[in-house]
Design a protein around this ligand. Structure first.
Ligand code: F0G
Length: 458
């Protein structure tokens, strides 16, 4: 008998208590935090869906690895283990350890970027874009058209727009395109997967034009899950084999192990090119640490080696995607507008459509994020005009293309009853949606304003 209930494929061995709070208390906390959820104390949050990055629960095997971590400065056993695991997974000749994903990005794009250079991606994650722009290069997003429409279902909405990629290469001149980056899954585009067919096409184009292809591999195991389920040619491959095939199409990767490495800190850069690796190693030593630890302690390298194996376990991946889908489908059935189909690591709410009475210059996404906290102690993040809005000549808002709120699911942390609670809170949100008020910004910094701005309900 095959049962339909997909259970968490683990038992809980250690617990961390959650302090329950009342709506009245949360009103006070939110006011103190100036209506910015990044400024709320974590202990005042009931369900924390701010990010899936570095928030995972490690397994007993990972914790066992922590105890045998080799903290030698050079040539540590733990490094050798992490290096071997990554070489086996990616097939790349060189691995450089970094303290997290953005450090790998800064080293790589610092070396191959610079003034006059262009990078093209299905969508650059914000740290990737920032590191490219910091090198004075330009970052261009070429997502598929369908990926920009929240309610239209398609199996691979994370794909690169291939014809736009070709025309952009032509326009900029292939000698000026320093790299093409495939972000799998496409985080900023709604956690949507990239198909192998699309990756192959992108790889062919890069080879033809002699442009390096880099994979942003943060969530490559989750992407492999979708390929196995949705792309017939790969249904008999293991998840790891699918990831290996994707790595084989590219020249290197950056990875934040805080996602599919199932650890709280760590990352790496992996490359085939010997000369470029030498250049990156110099940068690594100056800014992260020696080449056999980068910015990571030996014990954490042990945990990464184990996490990168565990993440491809079919039971784990099935549970992982099923739990995200469970939340998304219930919200969809309830009539909450979400990005469809549900992605891998998060459910994205279309706040512009839910709060259609709130104009975009009153930030419907920020309003929803505040209300989720007030009503249920749930912390989410606005991915809309607070995060990506720009200012026009007269200081007017040039809004982001979408007003989304992301509910990112930490790995192996919450159980189904936590998720059922989130669903119940949304029932209340739906009942009270007409009463929801807009938000205004009362204080903002020059850069990355979502982290520190102060807000108020209007
Ligand atoms: N690339 C992608 C696709 C990411 O989602 C992230 C981080 C990074 C690179 C940078 O990695 O944080 O280890 O330096 N995303 C987190 C998030 C912050 O909440 O989505 P990092």
């Amino acid at each position: 008998m095959k049962y339909k209930t997909i259970i968490e494929p683990f038992r809980v061995k250690m617990v961390e208590s959650i302090r329950m709070t009342t709506e009245k208390e949360r009103e006070k906390f939110l006011k103190e935090a100036k209506h910015n959820l990044f400024l709320v104390k974590a202990e005042d949050v009931i369900i924390d869906l701010l990010t899936d990055s570095g928030t995972a629960a490690m397994s007993s095997k990972q914790w066992a690895g922590i105890m045998i971590g080799d903290e030698s400065y050079a040539g540590a056993k733990s490094w050798k283990k992490m290096e071997a695991t990554i070489k086996d997974l990616t097939g790349y000749r060189h691995v450089l350890p970094t303290h997290q994903g953005r450090a790998a990005e800064r080293i790589l794009y610092g070396c191959i970027g610079g003034k006059g250079k262009t990078f093209i991606s299905n969508t650059h994650f914000d740290t990737t874009r920032a590191n490219i722009e910091f090198s004075n290069a330009e970052a261009i997003d070429c997502p598929t058209e369908i990926g920009k429409k929240p309610s239209v279902k398609h199996p691979f909405k994370g794909n690169m727009n291939v014809s736009k990629l070709i025309s952009t290469i032509k326009e900029r001149g292939q000698e000026n395109v320093a790299g093409v980056i495939l972000t799998v899954t496409n985080n900023s585009g709604g956690g949507q997967p990239v198909s192998m067919k699309n990756a192959k096409k992108v790889s062919e184009i890069c080879k033809k034009h002699n442009i390096p292809l880099i994979i942003d591999a943060c969530r490559i195991a989750e992407n492999a899950y979708f390929i196995k389920q949705r792309e017939k040619a790969y249904k008999n491959n293991t998840y790891k084999e699918i990831a290996q095939k994707m790595f084989a199409l590219a020249d290197g990767c950056t990875m934040s192990a805080k996602k599919d490495g199932i650890v709280n800190m760590g990352g790496f850069l992996a490359l085939n090119n010997d000369k470029l690796t030498e250049q990156c190693k110099n940068e690594l030593i100056i800014t992260e640490g020696f080449i056999t630890y980068g910015g990571i302690s030996g014990r954490d390298m042990e945990a990464i080696a184990v996490g990168l194996e565990e993440v491809f376990d079919p039971d784990y991946l099935q549970y992982r995607i099923a739990s995200t889908t469970y939340l998304g489908e219930r919200l969809d059935q309830m009539g909450i507008p979400i990005m469809l189909p549900v992605g891998g690591h998060a459910v994205y709410i279309d706040a512009k459509s839910l709060y259609s009475h709130i104009p975009v210059d009153q930030y419907p996404g920020q309003s929803l994020a505040c209300n989720l906290y007030l009503k249920g102690g749930i912390r989410s993040s606005e991915i809309g005009s607070v995060m990506f809005g720009k200012k026009g000549k007269n200081q007017e808002l040039i809004p982001a293309p979408m007003e989304l709120v992301r509910l990112a699911i930490p790995r192996r942390v919450y159980t189904q009853s936590h998720i059922d609670y989130v669903i119940e809170v949304f029932e209340q949100i739906k009942k009270e949606k007409k009463k929801a008020k807009g938000i205004k910004i009362v204080k903002e910094p020059k850069y990355l304003r979502h982290f520190t701005s102060h807000f108020k309900f209007v």
